[in-house]
Design a protein around this ligand. Sequence first.
Ligand code: FAD
Length: 468
Amino acid sequence: MAYDVVVIGSGPGGYVCAIKAAQLGLKVAVVEKRATYGGTCLNVGCIPSKALLHASEMFHHAAHGLDSLGIEVAAPRLNLEKMMAHKDATVKSNVDGVAFLFKKNKIEAFTGTGKIVAAGKVSVTGDDGKVQELETKNIVIATGSDVAGIPGVNVEIDEKVIVSSTGAIALDKVPQNLVVVGGGVIGLELGSVWMRLGAKVTVVEYLDTILGGMDGEVSKQFQRMLAKQGMTFNLGAKVTGVEKSGAGAKVTYEPVKGGDAVSVEADVVLISTGRKPYTTGLGLEEAGVALDNRGRVEIDGHYKTNVDGIYAIGDVVKGPMLAHKAEDEGVALAEILAGQHGHVNYDVIPGVVYTQPEVASVGKTEEELKASGVAYKVGKFPFTANGRARAMQVTDGFVKILADKETDRVLGGHIVGFGAGEMIHEIAVLMEFGGSSEDLGRTCHAHPTMSEAVKESALATFFKPLHM
Ligand code: FAD
């Protein structure tokens, strides 16, 4: 038996699982068909999008955010090529980092397409067509996800005019008009990037709200903030066609509730209507591995498929399609394979939208609590009443804590505001320990910090905030 574990896919799920398994003393191989490691997240997802979000925010700030601080500078000029070079360099340093960690942990990495021949056997087909066969006690499917497209609409993504997120992080000029189909996290993040660089951005979304599944109050207020920044929203709109038109493209949609169809022209259309599990060419059918009704690999509570010795984690299985969820599953599975008791607490997985302001959320939304009949109380605190936020001119947004009415246990936390993606973690840690809003409200927070708004919202949950 050559390996204890062969992991197919080197995204956050696969590479973290491989590293953890190797750290626990297992003999590990990884198979990756891309030329570089790190999967969607490091190559074309989380990391490049954040590099562009940061750079475009700096550009926007230089153009609009300095004068009121008494800093007078000439209007900034965009060098998009250099901005893209920053993004590419960021990706390179991260994917190289994974290659270094593979070496450091004595993980053997194979470049090629992995296919499950049978339990205990994985074939690797290289670009040159050469096939190698690996023998292993355990196989981990970590093949991630791919762009889903628009249900019922035939869209030809050319990654130039009609683009997925992959094309949207590599445009060679700022579009004048960008239509974003799908008002979820990826659409709003990449829409923000190009809006800050000068594009007129229109979001077309099927639901009545953006960020479907987020706390309703959060998504409503966040939409208002984006609208104030210049983003246009067509909600409750069902896209029925996306086609090339002249040098650009045309998006046709009709109101979900009925009514006349409308067409909008754009020089670039971003299709960001979600992602689907990626299992193409993996040999799952031949190996007898079952999928669920949404095409995801079916697993039990220990990530095992219906076939002994074959496991799956990350975007290819149920649950939120998030890098840190995939990573935590990778760790838990490696522990299980090493005879330990790994697990993931799915009630405490934060979600962040890296726009400006950021939106961060953990645990239950108000809508979920209402639907499940749990008696809850709400504490809220706006950043307009926070000294640090005023000093930094980032007073947009608020913190909202939801706690059990009887026990005061915190059930959810939602933040819209500058640095929300960092602040959310104190609520996450508190929830992991089953803490109450009083625990949070009585914890000394440094002054002046944005995080004081978290403390104040907790105070508001069980008594009264001090500064409002
Ligand atoms: P992936 O990262 O998709 O990796 C799977 C890997 O498997 C790929 O490299 C693929 O080439 C390889 N593979 C597939 N089939 C085979 C095969 N047969 N043989 C060999 N290799 C194979 N999540 C966040 O948490 N935060 C963010 O900020 C964030 N931003 C995002 C921005 C964008 C634009 C996108 C598209 C996604 C973003 N995500 C973000 C989601 C995140 O990228 C995914 O949740 C995460 O990458 C899932 O990890 P994974 O390991 O399951 O799969």
